[in-house]
Design a protein around this ligand. Structure first.
Ligand SMILES: [Zn+2]
Length: 246
């Protein structure tokens, strides 16, 4: 399955990515030519970032944010000349991506975040016509850090911090692989169906991995079609499931 995404006619990202489209009140006109994408770190949680961006009193936003589970928000459509408010003087030519860090930017982006970031970067690169590469020049093109903008970009010199900044080469490499259609690997997810009669531990052992890893990858990869399949299979006694309420 290709991981490549695209922007629809209304400027919202579509494709094999979990993304919600919600226009923030914190935007205005004046976006020129997109030079690239800015990596930010949330210094918080995805839900709090969403709430902050949707409140006009805060006067802040970004084009995108990515949770640690890889689920994303888009707050401003592309192609409409609109600016999001994430890096001051850099708002008119750069599209900001916030990344959930649970208040600790020293933790790296999860594999799911790296993948979603690469998907968004690739789609923006295609849309705006900037190259898939790293830059630290606000007059350049590519993937830049918020801190690269210095005082003119709000003086956020610790955003996103060195741990996440060091993940830029991996993000750019994955974005290139996504563009060329060979990005599923490694990391997948690759879809399989159980033969019946095997435990998850047995399937994992046969693949030289762990049940924990398979459960983690599977939970993040389920598509609506997969849920439909599951919904009609009888669950064996003892199979755990979760609910939001008791
Ligand atoms: Zn930032």
């Amino acid at each position: 399955m290709s991981l490549r995404c695209h922007f629809d006619a209304d400027g919202w990202l579509q494709g094999p990515i979990k993304i919600a489209h919600t226009l923030t009140p914190n935007h205005n006109g004046g976006f020129g030519t997109g030079r690239g994408v800015v990596m930010h770190t949330e210094a918080g949680f995805e839900q709090g970032t969403f709430s902050t961006f949707m409140n006009k009193d805060n006067q802040v936003s970004a084009f995108f944010s990515i949770g640690r589970d890889g689920s994303c928000h888009q707050y401003v459509p592309v192609g409409k000349g609109l600016k999001a408010w994430s890096q001051a003087a850099g708002n008119d030519a750069w599209r900001g991506i916030e990344d959930e860090d649970e208040r600790n930017p020293a933790i790296p982006l999860t594999p799911a975040q790296v993948r979603a970031f690469a998907q968004i970067l690739e789609a923006c690169s295609t849309f705006d016509g900037f190259p898939l590469k790293i830059t630290d020049d606000v007059n350049g093109q590519g993937l830049i850090l918020h801190s690269d903008g210095g005082q003119a970009w709000g003086g956020h010199l610790q955003c996103p911090g060195h741990v996440r900044a060091a993940q830029r080469p991996a993000i750019v490499a994955l974005a290139m692989a996504i563009r060329h259609g060979d990005a599923a690997q490694p990391g997948g997810p690759h879809r399989h169906t159980a033969p019946g009669g095997q435990t998850l531990a047995q399937i994992a052992a046969a693949r030289n991995t762990t049940a924990e890893h398979l459960a983690d990858v599977t939970a993040r990869a389920y598509t609506p079609a997969d849920v439909t399949v599951l919904a009609h299979l009888p669950l064996p006694a003892g199979a755990p499931y979760y609910t939001s309420n008791p």
